[in-house]
Design a protein around this ligand. Structure first.
Ligand code: T3D
Length: 258
């Protein structure tokens, strides 16, 4: 009913968009359920990584344009404030890594949903479309902030203004996503990344995410201070002790995410 499936596989939480007949277009229920699923993942100590995936031929076609809340003339700022901004904020603040598995077209808010993940793995047949201007809107869901940072200004402004489709290979060549694999290798490639992250020192990954995110809006001195504070916190974790002990014993560390 919510258009979303949530499953757990050991330390991996899988959040799957499941409205394939609508190319996984997001309605208000789906946006709220997705945010709740990310919040659950943040709270659940067993979860150490989240995979954001989708069923069907598309990843996500963005906002469901048939949703009554977005009919022309309605207050789009209200739906952004209520649904999209909390969802994207929750993802970016999640103290655990998010891996997006982009299986097909990601358009509008669907593109920016994928780009809000920490690591994006895409099928070769996947594509990204900042389609907002095609219907008279601007990139939301963090698009105006993420696009220049991920693609560089010249590409960002052109993608946003022309709303042209770019292939997964082009996005990777721009450095905007991590990896492109053949379609039949997508699931395995994504699981391999998630599995490595699930065995990594979770609190260090959370600190890396927070520090890199904050770096966009801070000075070099502020970054140095933040590194000092986060390293102080990490130095007291179980996983740091385990990492150093394992190094000394010349064995693989067994991190517990604490
Ligand atoms: O305040 C607010 O909430 C505003 C927030 C806005 C955020 C946004 O995301 S705005 C951008 C919204 N999205 C779009 O503008 C993309 C619209 N879709 C497309 O451009 C194309 O469908 C795709 C490029 C994604 C895929 O093209 P194609 O040729 O592979 O498929 P199709 O034939 O266009 O679509 C298949 C079906 O999905 C079709 O329905 P039908 O005719 O088979 O009954 C189509 O209408 C439906 N569909 C696709 N996208 C949406 C959608 N239905 C509702 N909303 C959609 N976004």
């Amino acid at each position: 009913m919510s258009g979303l499936l949530v499953a757990h596989d050991g330390a991996i939480a899988r959040i799957t968009l499941d409205r394939p007949q609508k190319l996984n277009a997001i309605d208000s229920t789906m946006a709220q359920t997705m945010r709740a699923a990310f919040e659950d993942a943040a709270r659940d100590e067993r979860v150490r990584v989240v995979i954001l995936a989708a069923n069907g031929r598309a990843f996500c076609a963005g906002q469901d344009l048939a949703d009554p809340g977005v009919t022309p003339g309605s207050d789009l700022g209200a739906t952004i404030e209520r649904f999209y901004n909390p969802l994207i904020r929750t993802m970016r603040a999640l103290p655990k890594p998010i891996v997006a598995r982009v299986n097909g077209v990601a358009a509008g808010a669907g593109a920016n949903l994928a780009l809000a993940a920490d690591i994006v793995v895409a099928a070769r047949s996947a594509s990204f479309i900042e389609s907002f201007a095609r219907i008279g809107l601007l990139p939301d869901s963090g698009g105006t902030w993420m696009l220049p940072r991920l693609f560089g200004y010249a590409r960002a402004v052109t993608l946003a203004m022309l709303g042209e489709r770019i292939t997964a290979d082009q996005a990777q060549a721009c450095g905007a996503i991590w990896k492109v694999v053949d379609d039949d290798e997508l699931e395995g490639a994504c699981d391999a990344v998630a599995s490595a992250l699930a065995q990594a020192p979770t609190r260090a990954l959370g600190a890396i995410k927070a520090a890199l995110e904050a770096s966009w809006t801070s000075s070099f001195d502020e970054a140095l201070d933040r590194e000092r504070d986060l390293q102080r916190m990490l130095g007291a974790t179980y996983d740091y002790g385990e990492g150093v002990e394992a190094f000394g014993a010349k064995r693989a560390p067994v991190f517990e995410g604490r």
